[in-house]
Ligand binder design. Structure first.
Ligand code: GDP
Length: 402
Protein backbone atom coordinates (compact mmCIF):
# COMPACT_ATOMS: atom_id res chain seq x y z
CA UNK A 1 0.00 0.00 0.00
CA UNK A 2 2.76 2.36 1.06
CA UNK A 3 4.91 1.33 -1.97
CA UNK A 4 2.09 1.98 -4.41
CA UNK A 5 1.61 5.41 -2.86
CA UNK A 6 5.32 6.08 -3.39
CA UNK A 7 5.13 4.99 -7.08
CA UNK A 8 2.12 7.19 -7.54
CA UNK A 9 3.95 10.27 -6.19
CA UNK A 10 7.01 9.51 -8.39
CA UNK A 11 4.70 9.21 -11.41
CA UNK A 12 3.06 12.49 -10.48
CA UNK A 13 6.45 14.21 -10.20
CA UNK A 14 7.58 12.92 -13.60
CA UNK A 15 4.29 13.91 -15.13
CA UNK A 16 4.61 17.40 -13.64
CA UNK A 17 8.22 17.68 -14.89
CA UNK A 18 7.16 16.66 -18.37
CA UNK A 19 4.29 19.04 -18.17
CA UNK A 20 6.75 21.81 -17.32
CA UNK A 21 8.94 20.92 -20.27
CA UNK A 22 6.08 21.03 -22.69
CA UNK A 23 4.40 24.32 -21.89
CA UNK A 24 5.89 25.51 -25.15
CA UNK A 25 7.26 28.99 -24.48
CA UNK A 26 10.62 27.73 -25.68
CA UNK A 27 9.25 28.33 -29.17
CA UNK A 28 8.93 32.07 -28.52
CA UNK A 29 12.24 32.91 -30.25
CA UNK A 30 11.03 30.99 -33.33
CA UNK A 31 7.78 32.94 -33.34
CA UNK A 32 9.66 36.23 -33.12
CA UNK A 33 12.05 35.06 -35.82
CA UNK A 34 9.24 34.09 -38.20
CA UNK A 35 7.41 37.34 -37.64
CA UNK A 36 10.43 39.56 -38.20
CA UNK A 37 11.53 37.66 -41.31
CA UNK A 38 8.06 38.11 -42.72
CA UNK A 39 8.05 41.81 -41.94
CA UNK A 40 11.56 42.39 -43.28
CA UNK A 41 14.27 44.64 -41.91
CA UNK A 42 15.35 48.16 -42.64
CA UNK A 43 18.58 50.00 -42.08
CA UNK A 44 19.62 53.55 -42.86
CA UNK A 45 23.27 54.31 -43.33
CA UNK A 46 24.68 57.78 -43.86
CA UNK A 47 28.05 58.49 -45.45
CA UNK A 48 29.80 61.78 -44.89
CA UNK A 49 33.19 63.30 -45.58
CA UNK A 50 34.97 65.27 -48.29
CA UNK A 51 34.16 64.34 -51.87
CA UNK A 52 36.60 62.01 -53.61
CA UNK A 53 37.43 60.00 -50.48
CA UNK A 54 35.78 56.88 -51.92
CA UNK A 55 32.39 56.96 -50.17
CA UNK A 56 30.29 55.78 -53.09
CA UNK A 57 32.85 53.18 -54.11
CA UNK A 58 32.85 51.77 -50.57
CA UNK A 59 29.07 51.66 -50.30
CA UNK A 60 28.86 49.80 -53.60
CA UNK A 61 31.54 47.38 -52.44
CA UNK A 62 29.80 46.87 -49.08
CA UNK A 63 26.42 45.89 -50.46
CA UNK A 64 27.48 44.63 -53.90
CA UNK A 65 24.97 46.91 -55.59
CA UNK A 66 25.46 49.88 -57.83
CA UNK A 67 23.69 52.52 -55.80
CA UNK A 68 25.17 55.44 -57.70
CA UNK A 69 24.23 54.67 -61.31
CA UNK A 70 22.65 58.06 -61.91
CA UNK A 71 25.20 60.16 -60.08
CA UNK A 72 26.26 63.37 -61.77
CA UNK A 73 29.77 64.47 -60.86
CA UNK A 74 30.27 68.22 -60.51
CA UNK A 75 33.28 70.12 -61.79
CA UNK A 76 35.51 72.21 -59.49
CA UNK A 77 33.66 75.46 -60.17
CA UNK A 78 30.25 73.94 -59.44
CA UNK A 79 31.60 72.35 -56.29
CA UNK A 80 32.87 75.64 -54.87
CA UNK A 81 29.41 77.17 -54.88
CA UNK A 82 27.51 74.01 -54.04
CA UNK A 83 25.88 73.81 -50.66
CA UNK A 84 25.66 70.48 -48.86
CA UNK A 85 22.90 68.52 -50.46
CA UNK A 86 21.39 65.37 -49.01
CA UNK A 87 20.52 62.51 -51.34
CA UNK A 88 18.82 59.26 -50.52
CA UNK A 89 19.09 55.92 -52.35
CA UNK A 90 16.97 52.98 -51.34
CA UNK A 91 17.43 49.38 -52.44
CA UNK A 92 15.64 46.22 -51.42
CA UNK A 93 18.10 43.41 -51.06
CA UNK A 94 17.37 39.82 -50.22
CA UNK A 95 19.60 37.07 -48.92
CA UNK A 96 18.37 33.56 -48.09
CA UNK A 97 14.78 34.77 -47.90
CA UNK A 98 15.61 37.64 -45.52
CA UNK A 99 14.64 41.03 -46.94
CA UNK A 100 16.53 44.19 -46.10
CA UNK A 101 15.43 47.65 -47.13
CA UNK A 102 18.68 49.52 -47.21
CA UNK A 103 18.73 53.30 -47.39
CA UNK A 104 21.94 55.15 -48.07
CA UNK A 105 21.98 58.83 -47.24
CA UNK A 106 24.79 60.65 -48.99
CA UNK A 107 26.01 64.16 -48.28
CA UNK A 108 27.53 65.48 -51.54
CA UNK A 109 29.20 68.83 -51.28
CA UNK A 110 30.33 68.35 -47.71
CA UNK A 111 33.61 70.21 -47.18
CA UNK A 112 33.83 71.22 -50.85
CA UNK A 113 33.15 74.93 -50.58
CA UNK A 114 35.83 77.55 -49.94
CA UNK A 115 34.17 78.47 -46.68
CA UNK A 116 32.98 75.37 -44.86
CA UNK A 117 31.77 77.04 -41.68
CA UNK A 118 28.79 75.13 -40.33
CA UNK A 119 28.57 72.95 -43.44
CA UNK A 120 27.56 70.11 -41.09
CA UNK A 121 24.36 72.02 -40.29
CA UNK A 122 22.28 70.64 -43.14
CA UNK A 123 23.35 67.12 -42.16
CA UNK A 124 22.30 67.74 -38.54
CA UNK A 125 19.00 69.24 -39.73
CA UNK A 126 18.34 66.20 -41.90
CA UNK A 127 18.81 63.85 -38.94
CA UNK A 128 16.52 66.01 -36.77
CA UNK A 129 13.87 66.09 -39.49
CA UNK A 130 13.77 62.29 -39.56
CA UNK A 131 13.36 62.23 -35.78
CA UNK A 132 10.64 64.84 -35.99
CA UNK A 133 8.77 62.91 -38.65
CA UNK A 134 8.96 59.76 -36.54
CA UNK A 135 7.82 61.65 -33.45
CA UNK A 136 4.81 63.00 -35.33
CA UNK A 137 3.88 59.60 -36.75
CA UNK A 138 4.29 57.88 -33.45
CA UNK A 139 2.13 60.47 -31.67
CA UNK A 140 -0.56 60.09 -34.34
CA UNK A 141 -3.51 57.76 -34.21
CA UNK A 142 -2.34 55.37 -36.86
CA UNK A 143 0.91 54.00 -35.54
CA UNK A 144 0.79 50.70 -37.34
CA UNK A 145 2.53 51.58 -40.56
CA UNK A 146 5.10 54.11 -39.49
CA UNK A 147 7.93 54.44 -41.92
CA UNK A 148 11.14 54.68 -39.99
CA UNK A 149 13.68 56.91 -41.75
CA UNK A 150 15.84 57.58 -38.71
CA UNK A 151 19.56 57.42 -39.50
CA UNK A 152 21.08 54.43 -37.71
CA UNK A 153 24.75 54.95 -38.47
CA UNK A 154 27.02 57.55 -40.05
CA UNK A 155 30.28 56.43 -41.62
CA UNK A 156 32.52 59.47 -41.38
CA UNK A 157 35.41 59.39 -43.88
CA UNK A 158 38.75 60.82 -42.78
CA UNK A 159 41.36 61.69 -45.38
CA UNK A 160 44.49 59.50 -45.38
CA UNK A 161 46.58 62.47 -46.51
CA UNK A 162 46.33 64.69 -43.43
CA UNK A 163 48.04 64.40 -40.06
CA UNK A 164 45.13 63.01 -38.09
CA UNK A 165 41.84 64.89 -37.86
CA UNK A 166 41.25 68.21 -39.60
CA UNK A 167 39.29 70.97 -37.81
CA UNK A 168 36.29 70.24 -40.03
CA UNK A 169 36.33 66.56 -38.98
CA UNK A 170 36.30 67.58 -35.31
CA UNK A 171 33.52 70.10 -35.90
CA UNK A 172 31.35 67.63 -37.82
CA UNK A 173 31.70 64.80 -35.33
CA UNK A 174 31.10 67.06 -32.32
CA UNK A 175 28.02 68.56 -33.91
CA UNK A 176 26.51 65.17 -34.66
CA UNK A 177 27.70 62.78 -31.98
CA UNK A 178 24.57 63.25 -29.83
CA UNK A 179 22.28 62.62 -32.82
CA UNK A 180 23.72 59.62 -34.61
CA UNK A 181 26.10 56.68 -34.19
CA UNK A 182 29.36 57.85 -35.77
CA UNK A 183 31.78 55.23 -37.07
CA UNK A 184 35.06 56.84 -38.23
CA UNK A 185 36.66 55.50 -41.42
CA UNK A 186 40.25 56.00 -42.60
CA UNK A 187 39.69 56.28 -46.35
CA UNK A 188 41.85 54.90 -49.19
CA UNK A 189 44.08 52.85 -46.92
CA UNK A 190 46.01 51.53 -49.94
CA UNK A 191 47.75 54.91 -50.14
CA UNK A 192 49.43 54.25 -46.77
CA UNK A 193 51.98 51.66 -45.64
CA UNK A 194 50.95 49.33 -42.78
CA UNK A 195 53.10 51.31 -40.33
CA UNK A 196 51.51 54.57 -41.44
CA UNK A 197 48.03 53.06 -41.04
CA UNK A 198 48.90 51.96 -37.51
CA UNK A 199 50.31 55.37 -36.53
CA UNK A 200 47.38 57.25 -38.07
CA UNK A 201 44.86 55.09 -36.25
CA UNK A 202 46.54 55.74 -32.91
CA UNK A 203 46.70 59.49 -33.61
CA UNK A 204 43.04 59.65 -34.66
CA UNK A 205 41.90 57.66 -31.61
CA UNK A 206 43.89 59.99 -29.35
CA UNK A 207 42.36 63.05 -30.98
CA UNK A 208 38.85 61.64 -30.69
CA UNK A 209 39.49 61.24 -26.97
CA UNK A 210 41.17 64.63 -26.63
CA UNK A 211 38.31 66.53 -28.26
CA UNK A 212 35.64 64.65 -26.33
CA UNK A 213 34.05 63.17 -29.46
CA UNK A 214 31.58 60.41 -28.62
CA UNK A 215 31.75 57.92 -31.45
CA UNK A 216 29.67 54.71 -31.52
CA UNK A 217 30.79 52.43 -28.69
CA UNK A 218 30.69 48.70 -29.28
CA UNK A 219 28.80 47.08 -26.42
CA UNK A 220 30.99 45.27 -23.90
CA UNK A 221 31.22 41.50 -24.09
CA UNK A 222 29.44 39.47 -21.42
CA UNK A 223 31.85 37.75 -19.05
CA UNK A 224 30.52 34.30 -20.05
CA UNK A 225 31.32 34.78 -23.77
CA UNK A 226 33.93 32.40 -25.17
CA UNK A 227 37.55 33.51 -25.64
CA UNK A 228 37.32 33.68 -29.45
CA UNK A 229 34.42 36.08 -29.27
CA UNK A 230 36.22 38.26 -26.72
CA UNK A 231 39.30 38.31 -28.94
CA UNK A 232 37.23 39.36 -31.96
CA UNK A 233 35.57 42.08 -29.94
CA UNK A 234 38.95 43.39 -28.79
CA UNK A 235 40.23 43.44 -32.39
CA UNK A 236 37.15 45.32 -33.51
CA UNK A 237 37.70 48.03 -30.90
CA UNK A 238 41.37 48.28 -31.87
CA UNK A 239 40.44 48.73 -35.55
CA UNK A 240 38.88 52.16 -35.05
CA UNK A 241 39.04 54.07 -37.39
CA UNK A 242 38.43 51.27 -39.91
CA UNK A 243 41.08 51.56 -42.62
CA UNK A 244 39.26 50.66 -45.82
CA UNK A 245 39.83 50.20 -49.52
CA UNK A 246 36.99 50.33 -52.04
CA UNK A 247 36.80 49.12 -55.61
CA UNK A 248 34.10 48.67 -58.20
CA UNK A 249 36.18 46.34 -60.33
CA UNK A 250 36.89 42.65 -60.20
CA UNK A 251 40.48 41.62 -60.90
CA UNK A 252 42.26 38.30 -61.09
CA UNK A 253 44.62 37.50 -58.21
CA UNK A 254 46.35 34.11 -57.91
CA UNK A 255 43.83 32.52 -60.27
CA UNK A 256 40.87 33.87 -58.29
CA UNK A 257 38.56 36.71 -59.30
CA UNK A 258 38.40 39.24 -56.48
CA UNK A 259 37.23 42.78 -55.89
CA UNK A 260 40.41 44.83 -55.86
CA UNK A 261 42.62 47.56 -57.27
CA UNK A 262 45.24 46.72 -59.83
CA UNK A 263 48.56 48.59 -59.61
CA UNK A 264 51.77 48.11 -61.67
CA UNK A 265 53.35 46.56 -58.56
CA UNK A 266 50.50 44.31 -57.57
CA UNK A 267 46.91 43.96 -56.50
CA UNK A 268 45.22 45.24 -53.36
CA UNK A 269 42.29 43.07 -52.43
CA UNK A 270 39.31 44.71 -50.80
CA UNK A 271 38.27 41.60 -48.91
CA UNK A 272 41.73 40.54 -47.75
CA UNK A 273 42.08 41.34 -44.03
CA UNK A 274 45.85 41.58 -44.43
CA UNK A 275 45.27 44.52 -46.80
CA UNK A 276 42.54 46.46 -44.99
CA UNK A 277 39.64 46.42 -42.49
CA UNK A 278 36.89 46.19 -45.12
CA UNK A 279 35.67 42.75 -43.99
CA UNK A 280 35.75 43.79 -40.32
CA UNK A 281 33.67 46.86 -41.13
CA UNK A 282 31.17 44.90 -43.20
CA UNK A 283 30.83 42.20 -40.55
CA UNK A 284 30.32 44.81 -37.89
CA UNK A 285 27.70 46.70 -39.88
CA UNK A 286 25.81 43.75 -41.24
CA UNK A 287 26.49 40.61 -39.24
CA UNK A 288 27.16 41.61 -35.68
CA UNK A 289 26.10 45.15 -34.79
CA UNK A 290 23.25 46.21 -37.10
CA UNK A 291 20.64 45.58 -34.43
CA UNK A 292 22.70 47.32 -31.76
CA UNK A 293 23.11 50.38 -34.00
CA UNK A 294 19.34 50.48 -34.37
CA UNK A 295 18.80 49.99 -30.64
CA UNK A 296 21.19 52.79 -29.70
CA UNK A 297 19.49 55.07 -32.25
CA UNK A 298 16.09 54.31 -30.74
CA UNK A 299 17.03 54.20 -27.08
CA UNK A 300 19.57 56.98 -26.90
CA UNK A 301 19.58 59.41 -29.83
CA UNK A 302 15.86 59.42 -30.56
CA UNK A 303 14.97 59.35 -26.87
CA UNK A 304 17.09 62.48 -26.31
CA UNK A 305 15.32 64.21 -29.17
CA UNK A 306 11.91 63.13 -27.91
CA UNK A 307 12.53 64.18 -24.30
CA UNK A 308 13.78 67.56 -25.50
CA UNK A 309 10.73 68.02 -27.69
CA UNK A 310 8.31 67.09 -24.91
CA UNK A 311 10.05 69.44 -22.47
CA UNK A 312 9.63 72.29 -24.92
CA UNK A 313 5.98 71.45 -25.45
CA UNK A 314 5.33 71.26 -21.71
CA UNK A 315 7.06 74.56 -21.11
CA UNK A 316 4.93 76.15 -23.78
CA UNK A 317 1.67 74.80 -22.40
CA UNK A 318 2.56 75.94 -18.86
CA UNK A 319 3.34 79.43 -20.14
CA UNK A 320 0.14 79.53 -22.15
CA UNK A 321 -1.91 78.49 -19.09
CA UNK A 322 -0.21 81.04 -16.87
CA UNK A 323 -0.85 83.71 -19.44
CA UNK A 324 -4.53 82.79 -19.71
CA UNK A 325 -4.83 82.81 -15.93
CA UNK A 326 -3.15 86.20 -15.71
CA UNK A 327 -5.32 87.68 -18.45
CA UNK A 328 -8.44 86.35 -16.76
CA UNK A 329 -7.38 87.79 -13.35
CA UNK A 330 -6.07 91.19 -14.44
CA UNK A 331 -8.36 91.69 -17.34
CA UNK A 332 -5.44 93.03 -19.39
CA UNK A 333 -4.19 91.49 -22.58
CA UNK A 334 -0.52 92.35 -22.90
CA UNK A 335 1.74 90.71 -25.49
CA UNK A 336 3.27 87.33 -24.75
CA UNK A 337 7.07 86.96 -24.59
CA UNK A 338 8.38 84.42 -27.11
CA UNK A 339 9.04 81.03 -25.51
CA UNK A 340 12.70 80.15 -26.05
CA UNK A 341 13.37 76.96 -27.95
CA UNK A 342 9.79 76.40 -29.05
CA UNK A 343 9.52 76.62 -32.78
CA UNK A 344 6.55 76.98 -35.09
CA UNK A 345 6.89 73.30 -35.85
CA UNK A 346 6.18 72.30 -32.24
CA UNK A 347 3.18 74.59 -32.05
CA UNK A 348 1.88 73.13 -35.27
CA UNK A 349 2.35 69.64 -33.85
CA UNK A 350 0.37 70.52 -30.73
CA UNK A 351 -2.45 72.01 -32.78
CA UNK A 352 -2.55 68.92 -35.00
CA UNK A 353 -2.70 66.68 -31.95
CA UNK A 354 -5.47 68.76 -30.41
CA UNK A 355 -7.42 68.36 -33.60
CA UNK A 356 -6.80 64.60 -33.71
CA UNK A 357 -7.82 64.07 -30.11
CA UNK A 358 -10.98 66.14 -30.58
CA UNK A 359 -11.80 64.09 -33.64
CA UNK A 360 -11.10 60.81 -31.83
CA UNK A 361 -13.29 61.79 -28.87
CA UNK A 362 -16.23 62.02 -31.20
CA UNK A 363 -15.69 58.42 -32.33
CA UNK A 364 -17.42 55.67 -30.31
CA UNK A 365 -14.34 53.48 -30.59
CA UNK A 366 -12.09 53.92 -27.56
CA UNK A 367 -8.89 52.47 -29.04
CA UNK A 368 -6.90 55.64 -28.62
CA UNK A 369 -7.30 55.66 -24.85
CA UNK A 370 -4.83 52.84 -24.70
CA UNK A 371 -2.38 54.88 -26.72
CA UNK A 372 -2.71 57.76 -24.32
CA UNK A 373 -1.87 55.56 -21.40
CA UNK A 374 0.99 54.06 -23.26
CA UNK A 375 2.41 57.44 -24.19
CA UNK A 376 2.02 58.70 -20.70
CA UNK A 377 4.10 55.80 -19.40
CA UNK A 378 6.90 56.78 -21.74
CA UNK A 379 6.63 60.37 -20.73
CA UNK A 380 6.93 59.81 -17.03
CA UNK A 381 9.92 57.56 -17.59
CA UNK A 382 11.88 60.22 -19.38
CA UNK A 383 10.61 63.53 -18.17
CA UNK A 384 11.54 65.21 -14.94
CA UNK A 385 9.32 68.22 -14.39
CA UNK A 386 11.07 71.50 -13.74
CA UNK A 387 10.22 73.51 -10.64
CA UNK A 388 7.85 75.78 -12.50
CA UNK A 389 6.08 72.78 -14.00
CA UNK A 390 5.61 71.06 -10.65
CA UNK A 391 4.25 74.27 -9.15
CA UNK A 392 1.84 74.76 -11.99
CA UNK A 393 -1.69 73.50 -11.70
CA UNK A 394 -2.20 70.03 -13.16
CA UNK A 395 -1.32 70.35 -16.84
CA UNK A 396 -3.42 68.33 -19.23
CA UNK A 397 -1.43 67.74 -22.36
CA UNK A 398 -3.54 67.23 -25.42
CA UNK A 399 -1.33 64.81 -27.29
CA UNK A 400 0.59 62.89 -24.72
CA UNK A 401 -2.00 62.34 -22.09
CA UNK A 402 -0.25 64.05 -19.21
P1 GDP B 1 33.18 60.02 -53.22
O1 GDP B 1 33.12 61.33 -53.88
O2 GDP B 1 33.64 60.13 -51.81
O3 GDP B 1 31.92 59.24 -53.34
O4 GDP B 1 34.34 59.17 -53.93
P2 GDP B 1 34.23 58.09 -55.11
O5 GDP B 1 33.75 56.79 -54.59
O6 GDP B 1 33.54 58.67 -56.27
O7 GDP B 1 35.78 57.88 -55.45
C1 GDP B 1 36.61 58.91 -55.97
C2 GDP B 1 37.82 58.32 -56.66
O8 GDP B 1 38.62 57.59 -55.72
C3 GDP B 1 37.47 57.33 -57.76
O9 GDP B 1 38.40 57.51 -58.82
C4 GDP B 1 37.68 55.97 -57.13
O10 GDP B 1 38.05 54.98 -58.08
C5 GDP B 1 38.82 56.25 -56.19
N1 GDP B 1 38.79 55.38 -55.00
C6 GDP B 1 37.70 54.93 -54.35
N2 GDP B 1 38.06 54.15 -53.32
C7 GDP B 1 39.41 54.12 -53.32
C8 GDP B 1 40.38 53.46 -52.51
O11 GDP B 1 40.06 52.77 -51.55
N3 GDP B 1 41.69 53.66 -52.81
C9 GDP B 1 42.09 54.44 -53.85
N4 GDP B 1 43.39 54.55 -54.07
N5 GDP B 1 41.21 55.06 -54.64
C10 GDP B 1 39.89 54.91 -54.38
Amino acid sequence: MCASLMYYSIFLCIFQDQDKEYVGFATLPNQVHRKSVKKGFDFTLMVAGESGLGKSTLVNSLFLTDLYKDRKLLNAEERITQTVEITKHTVDIEEKGVKLKLTIVDTPGFGDAVNNTECWKSVADYIDQQFEQYFRDESGLNRKNIQDNRVHCCLYFISPFGHGLRPLDVEFMKALHEKVNIVPILAKADTLTPTEVKKKKIKIREEIEQYGIKIYQFPDCDSDEDEDFKQQDHQLKESIPFAVIGSNTVVEAKGKRVRGRLYPWGIVEVENSAHCDFVKLRNMLVRTHMQDLKDVTRETHYENYRAHCIQNMTRMVVKERNRNKLTRESGTDFPLPVVPGVGDETEKLIREKDEEVRHADQQPDSHHHYDHEHESEHYSAHHEPSESESNAECVTFPCIGL
